[in-house]
Write a protein that binds this ligand. Structure first.
Ligand code: C5P
Length: 301
């Protein structure tokens, strides 16, 4: 069979509906007890075989992609190299990323690119990597990469890399407020170590998801990193207040920030809140729904 010339895979952004963080481990990671949800902001990754690794990035809409590295430190190239090494082959590829997930926003955009690259190259090179092996390679690339493979809603443990799907009976609507200045995840964890303590359980969120109960989900949303992130970036309190003032059911910092999320009742409310936030000078506000699928092939030629 003749192989494909190029393969495009779409991978979603993630949010953490509940992010419980324990005290730092000896390996520098923090134990997590989290509930992930994949939401409808996507990066599309297109791969084609080439003599050398390369990556290029184009923005969807007015997203700022200037922070994405274009050399071999890019996580998509690292993903491709790791997949090739796993199979003992020395193939390379050109990787094109069409980016709809805010960069350095606490929404795992880089992890989405890594997951999408794994799935795309697996198909391009007809490697037929097992799901277990893909999840293991993903975990080596980053804490959030395994979740980007499976999508949906999932319970995450370990340092985030161990994922189990959870029942989610809802269609949830989110207003996503990105911030112009990205935040460093390690820095937020360090601020958490200095000031914080966490350990909130995931039970209430999982019950709310299983029952499709909007009020219960709104009441259960929680992020142990939020106080630490707000200590580093007090200006984000205004974003949180603007969201609350626009009538959302609940607000939540996404992962390690700086993106803020508002949970709303339905799609119409989401667009109303988005308009209010744009009027309050928060550019680039997005509307998203979840849960959505993990990394999946959209086209191949
Ligand atoms: O796994 P990933 O590369 O995404 O993590 C980036 C950094 O975030 C880690 O090097 C670590 O400093 C911090 N981190 C952590 N605990 C986690 C996940 C990430 O301390 N559970």
């Amino acid at each position: 069979m003749k192989g494909h010339l190029s393969v495009t895979v779409r991978a979603p952004a993630k949010i953490n509906l509940l992010l419980g963080v324990g005290p730092v481990r000896e390996d520098g990671y923090h134990p997590l007890d989290t509930v992930y949800q994949a939401i409808s902001l996507y990066d599309d990754v297109t791969v084609s075989t080439s003599v050398a690794w390369s990556v290029n990035v184009e923005a969807i809409g007015d997203l700022d992609v200037s922070g994405v590295p274009l050399d071999e430190s890019n996580i998509a190239i690292r993903a491709g190299a790791l997949l090739a090494a796993h199979h003992g082959i020395s193939r390379r590829a050109t990787i094109g990323i069409s980016k709809g997930i805010p960069v350095a926003g606490g929404m795992a955009g880089g992890s989405a690119d890594a997951a999408a690259t794994l799935v795309a190259l697996d198909r391009l090179w007809d490697l037929q990597t097992s799901d277990d092996d893909l999840l293991e390679i993903a975990a080596e690339l980053g804490s959030d990469v395994p979740f980007a493979l499976i999508g949906g809603s999932a319970h995450g443990t370990g340092h985030g890399e161990l994922v189990e799907p959870v029942t989610d009976d809802g269609t949830w609507w989110w207003v996503v407020v990105p911030d112009a200045a990205g935040m460093s995840t390690p820095e937020v964890y360090r601020a958490f170590d200095a000031h914080g303590s966490g350990g909130t359980g995931t039970e209430a969120v999982r019950t709310a998801l299983a029952g499709g109960d909007l009020d219960a989900l709104g009441a259960a949303l929680h992020n142990d990193l939020q106080d630490a992130a707000l200590k580093l970036r007090a200006d984000l309190r205004r974003t949180e207040a603007d969201l609350a003032g626009a009538g959302v059911l609940a607000t939540l910092l996404s992962g390690s920030g700086p993106t803020f999320l508002g949970l709303v009742e339905d799609q119409d409310c989401a667009h109303q809140v988005r308009e209010a936030l744009l009027a309050a000078e928060h550019p680039g506000v997005l509307v998203a729904t979840g849960p959505v699928a993990g990394a999946h092939v959209v086209t191949y030629v």
